[in-house]
Design a protein around this ligand. Structure first.
Ligand code: NAD
Length: 361
């Protein structure tokens, strides 16, 4: 009998190709996963009449763990994003994106090994918006004038930035616990609390309060603009970065850039009950269906998932398989300068992963 039931959502564009590649590698390390394939995205809109069918969400709830490929956000459907809907609907409040230098992938800085922990449900991404010229924006303008003497321009659109004490405390605890369980030494909190005193200020206060419970983990705080320049110059100064939603979104892409780009780094969205692992790149419609996609990001997301499932050895095998294949540099997809197909790359990774299981030669 399968040990783990996992929902797999191939998604759109290159999603089915990188998802099949990921299944191949994860099946090769043989931890006993029963895959429950479900639809989401543009494809699901055609087959199920919904971008995020109920059946898909129900299966994630049942399995508690899912892995998904990229999803095309169709323009003009009035639906913000399947990814945002999943994060909010399943309360996946922590986004975790490790960014480490990979062998054979030349970049400006060597030996980068960072993890970005981003709050995933609040801040400017909570979706509280008032359209320019709408009656709601007008009402808000009047209200703001009445309660605080604030003057909004008549032609202003507004997006709110809520950060709650409870939301901040849970992500801070998550980040420190993550640091502890992954043998990380330092958490750096990025913010702009001197300007946004009542939102970023809460985030920073939560860090100050919670850090006292984690005396084994060093921590510091830094303003987000200063953090950006330090990251560009000396990324090795950092270990775990803890950030509110918007800064986290931007800085995690910056960190991906430091180690070779979005096609290579994994991601996870985690809550107390559910976890959804995903490659952070998009559906790449320009190369979809051509077996040109690099599957590394989704395969490494699969390794993160294995760790989450307690399959540490298998996760290490998969990471070894990726590193070794990249180090040898013989089998590579076109984005890395090679000519291999997505599946051939995955087969090479699987072979290395399995070989390591029996001890490196
Ligand atoms: P994209 O990441 O799909 O593509 C940007 C460039 O990177 C393209 O040239 C593409 O070919 C290349 N690329 C991306 N992933 C690659 C891989 N694994 N291997 C090789 N090359 C790769 O970004 P985009 O074009 O801005 O977005 C396309 C669609 O994806 C949009 O509908 C967007 O909404 C969606 N999207 C989804 C997610 C997600 O589901 N997590 C994330 C970002 C964008």
């Amino acid at each position: 009998m399968a040990k783990h039931r996992v929902a797999i959502i191939p998604g759109d564009g290159i999603g089915p190709e990188v998802a099949a590649a990921t299944r191949l590698v994860l099946d090769a390390v043989d931890v006993g996963i029963a895959w429950l394939e479900r639809a989401a995205g543009e494809g699901a809109l055609h087959t199920h009449g919904a971008l995020l069918p109920d059946e898909t969400v129900d299966t994630i709830r049942e399995c508690r763990v899912a892995i998904k490929g990229p999803i095309t956000t169709p323009v003009g459907t009035g639906f913000r994003s399947v990814n945002v809907a999943l994060r909010q609907g399943l309360d996946l409040f922590a986004a975790v994106r490790p960014a480490r230098s990979l062998p054979g992938v030349p970049t400006r800085h060597d030996e980068v090994d960072l993890v970005v922990v981003r709050e995933n449900t609040e801040d400017l991404y909570q979706g509280i918006e008032f359209e320019r010229g709408s009656p709601e924006a007008a009402a808000l303008r009047t209200e703001l004038r009445n309660i605080g003497g604030f003057e909004l321009r008549e032609d202003a659109g507004v997006t709110l930035k809520p950060i709650s004490v409870s939301g901040a405390h849970r992500i801070v605890r998550f980040a420190f616990e993550y640091a502890r369980s992954h043998r990380r030494e330092r958490v750096t909190v990025g913010h702009k609390a001197n300007v946004m005193r009542f939102s970023d200020g809460i985030f920073l206060e939560a860090a100050v309060e919670e850090a006292g419970d984690f005396v084994d983990i060093a921590w510091n705080e830094i303003q987000i603009d200063h953090l950006s320049s330090r990251l560009a110059r000396s990324p090795r100064d950092f270990d775990v970065l803890l950030l509110p939603n918007l800064y986290g979104d931007i800085i995690s892409d910056l960190c991906a850039g430091l180690v070779g780009g979005l096609g290579l780094i994994p991601g996870a969205n985690i809550g107390w009950e559910y976890a959804v692992f995903e490659a952070v790149h998009g559906s790449a419609p320009d190369i979809a269906g051509q077996q040109k996609a690099n599957p590394v990001a989704m395969i490494l997301s699969g390794a993160m998932m294995l760790r989450h499932l307690g399959e540490i050895e298998a996760a290490e095998n998969v990471e070894w398989g990726v590193d070794e294949t990249l180090r040898k540099g013989v089998v590579r997809t076109p984005d890395l300068g090679g000519g291999a197909t997505t599946m051939a790359f995955a087969e090479a990774i699987a072979a290395e992963a399995v070989a390591w299981e029996h001890g490196p030669s």
